[in-house]
Ligand binder design. Sequence first.
Ligand SMILES: Nc1ncnc2c1ncn2[C@@H]1O[C@H](COP(=O)(O)OP(=O)(O)O)[C@@H](O)[C@H]1O
Ligand SMILES: [Mg+2]
Length: 210
Amino acid sequence: MSDTEVDIPRVRAARQAREFGFPKRQTEEIEWRRVKLTPDQREAQQQLASIARAGGLAYLYGRNGVGKTLIVSGLGIGWEKVRHENRDATGVAGMNAARYWRAAELCGDLIRWQQSEATDKGSSPDDLARRAGLLVLDEIGDLKWTDFQSTTLSNIIDDRYTEKRATILIGNQKPNQLAKIGCPLSILDRTRDGGAIIDASGWKNMRGVA
Ligand SMILES: Nc1ncnc2c1ncn2[C@@H]1O[C@H](COP(=O)(O)OP(=O)(O)O)[C@@H](O)[C@H]1O
Ligand SMILES: [Mg+2]
C-alpha cells in the first residue's frame, strides 16, 4: 500500500473497536503507517492472535510504555475487521464483538449499572463482557481487588473459559505479584490450558517513537 492510500476496512474496524472500548490513542488517533512493531511485539501479537482464535486465556505483563495496549488493540481491530468481512459474506454476525475495558472501569461501570434506576438500562456491562468474542481487560494490577472485584472478574473469566471465549489480561505485575495485591491466582491458572503468560518485562519503552 502506498503512503497516500487509506485502508478503508481497517479504518472502519478501528472505529468499531473504538466504540467497543478500545483506547482512542490506539484506534483513532494513531497513525498506523508510522508504527512498525518491534520483533518482540510482533511475536507476542502473533502468539496472542492464535490464543484469541482458539478461545484461550492470556496474561501479558511488563512495564508501562512498552506497547502492550498497542499490540492488543491491534488484535481488537483485526478482530473487528474479520467480523465485518464475515458478516458481509454470510449476512449474519457469526462472531461476537471484541471489547476492551480497563479492569477498574468494568467494575465501576457494573456498579453504576446496578445502581441505576433507569427503566431501559440496556445490557449489563458484565453481560457484555461475558458475551464478547474477544475480551481485553487492561491494567488489572491497578484494580483494587476487594471481594466484589475478585468475584465479578473471576466469574466472568471462568464463564468465558468454559465457553471457550478468548480473554486477554494485561498488567504490570509478575504473576506472583498479582497474588499479593489480591488477584485470585485461580484466574491465571486458566492460562495453562492452551493459553499463555507472556513476559514483556524486557521490552523497550516505545513512548514517543511514532
Ligand atoms: N512499535 C511502535 N512504534 C511506535 N510507537 C509505539 C510502538 N509501540 C508502542 N508505541 C507507542 O508507545 C506508547 C506506549 O504504548 P502502550 O501500548 O500504551 O504501552 P503499555 O500499554 O505497555 O503501557 C504509545 O503511545 C504507543 O502508541
Ligand atoms: Mg497500557
